[in-house]
Design a protein around this ligand. Structure first.
Ligand code: URA
Length: 513
């Protein structure tokens, strides 16, 4: 009997290497005991010499990385390295679809998964089993296990909740605790690396921890098995959840299927669910009576959370913080009823350059800071190309609350109307009076309209220096979201370069005089 011990990190890749080499060496499934992490107790010490490598052997050595050879001719050849007793005719050849499914199934919590998968690949490769044949118990197992893992990864993407940690460098840092049903963190984590590529974060699970630092994703065994500490970010999650909760669409069964109760304990917003469900009928009635105001009024909830946050933290100091607090309580138009919070401008008083966007997006609404979402990534890249230090500029928006239409669980951006822009100009004017920038850069038509009263096509206006009523120089450029909406890569690159060029010009002007 031969024992194969797979590492906890990189388990699937290691299984692949082992399986390929064992198949070449002609090792039968029943002669193997698979385990992960630590070696299992030495049950088979006496069995050494039965043709296998013997108990306590290290996993078979000398195998190179790479996929199996695909039987439908699509994938490349398998490793050329083999154990001395290997036979190239025993090279594993598998249908491509089987490879993907088996790799997913290997992330299942079933302790027999490595043995089942090895038995299956041998049978498929030798033609004793046909991929897709559900009457074969191992094929059926692989399909079902892969589906279950897929669902678990989907839940991970939906229910991981990050809490902000004190930053150790220029990048914001977040941590999350999640308990998946299967050990599937290595499959699920790359999604977060794409989505939150501009932050450092850690996702800890009971077995593995994913660490994303300075753009590099790595995995390690989890040392600490408790969730990270609570912080005020929880309030935002609750408020956000309440904002996307539409009682008229309440289907408790569907909701529990989508957000199974086992995930609730790590979700700060979950404590709202019983209350929201209980109050749903009354809210639907109230909504119908209050038509056409379709969205629930969240002002009181947002204010309560805002007050709790303000009380929990030492009062921020300085005029920008004071103004930000006032912006936080703004009710000058209806947008405050549905947004999670106001997003005030940030930056130093006396900044020579002020940059004005349109309004916070979904991510800014949650974070309470301007330009931290996808448009923020374009913005940050353009700043870097133009040599503008973000912290030296004052960055704000024409409208301080997120305007959106709920669509399912998503919040779709809506352009603010002239009345909302006008109502919010109060805050923009106060920010300008406080900061007194030499140059203002308006990003997009809404910002240009808020600053000059004139909207309209940017193509004729972009890149030209204008003068505001108080003598401040104004430049108008594309909005970063415009870059994201363009389909062609060339057009995107051109628009982004134009934003960077306009930012560089704004910087030069702001440095003069
Ligand atoms: N778009 C904006 O105009 N501002 C933001 O802060 C984010 C997206």
């Amino acid at each position: 009997m031969r024992r194969v011990v797979l590492p906890r990190v990189g388990t699937v890749a290691a299984w692949r290497r082992e399986a390929r080499a064992l198949a070449r060496a002609g090792v039968a499934p029943e002669d193997l005991v698979w385990s992960v992490g630590e070696a299992a107790p030495d049950l088979f010490a006496d069995a050494a010499g039965d043709g296998g490598a013997g108990a306590g052997d290290a996993p078979v050595a000398g195998m190179s990385d790479g996929l199996f050879a695909a039987g439908d001719g699509a994938a490349g050849a398998a490793s050329a390295t083999a154990t001395p007793s290997s036979d190239p005719s025993r090279e594993l050849r598998l249908p491509k679809a089987a490879i993907a499914t088996i790799e997913a199934a290997l992330c299942h919590s079933d302790p027999e998964r490595f043995a089942r998968a090895y038995r299956l690949v041998l049978a498929l490769s030798a033609g004793r089993a046909a991929w897709g044949d559900r009457s074969d118990r191992d094929v059926r197992w692989a399909l079902e296990a892969a589906r279950s893992v897929g669902r678990d990864v989907h839940k991970m993407h939906a229910f991981v909740r990050f809490r902000e940690l004190p930053a150790r460098g220029p990048r914001r840092a977040f941590a999350a605790w999640f308990e998946p049903e299967h050990p599937c963190l290595e499959r699920g984590a790359p999604f977060f690396a794409k989505r939150f590529g501009d932050m450092d974060w850690v996702i800890a699970t009971p077995h593995l921890t994913a660490r994303f630092e300075n753009g590099r994703l790595s995995f390690e065994e989890t040392g600490e098995t408790r969730p990270p500490p609570e912080d005020a970010t929880e309030d935002l999650w609750r408020t956000y959840y309440a904002s996307i909760f539409n009682p008229a669409r309440l289907m408790v069964k569907a909701m529990c299927a989508e957000m199974p109760k086992k995930y609730w304990k790590n979700l700060p917003e979950a404590e709202l669910i019983p209350g929201l469900v209980a109050g749903a009928e009354a809210r639907v009635r109230a909504m119908a009576e209050a038509a056409p105001a379709a969205a629930p009024d969240r002002r009181a909830l947002a204010l309560r959370d805002h007050a709790a946050r303000v009380l929990a933290k030492p009062a921020p100091e300085g005029p920008v913080a004071t103004l930000a607090q006032e912006v936080g309580a703004c009710a000058r138009c209806g947008l405050c009823r549905h947004a999670t919070q106001a997003v005030p401008g940030e930056g130093p008083v006396g900044a020579p350059l002020m940059i004005v966007g349109e309004q916070p997006g979904d991510r800014e609404d949650l974070a309470g800071r301007p330009f931290v979402g996808p448009a923020g990534a374009v913005f940050d890249r353009s700043l870097a190309r133009a040599g503008v230090e973000r912290s030296a500029a004052f960055v704000t928006n024409a409208v301080k609350h997120f305007k959106f239409t709920p669509r399912g669980r998503r919040r779709i951006h809506q352009r603010p109307d002239a009345g909302e822009v006008e109502a919010c100009r109060w805050w923009l004017d106060l920010e300008r009076q406080l900061v007194r920038p030499r140059v203002v850069l308006a990003m997009g038509a809404t910002a240009a309209e808020a600053l000059t009263g004139q909207g309209g096509a940017l193509s004729r206006r972009r890149g030209r220096v204008e003068t505001l009523a108080d003598g401040t120089e104004l430049l108008v450029t594309w909005h970063p979201s415009y870059v994201l909406r363009l389909r062609e890569r060339d057009a995107q690159a051109r628009a982004e370069a134009e934003i960077a060029g306009d930012l560089a010009l704004a910087r030069q002007l702001s440095e003069q005089g």
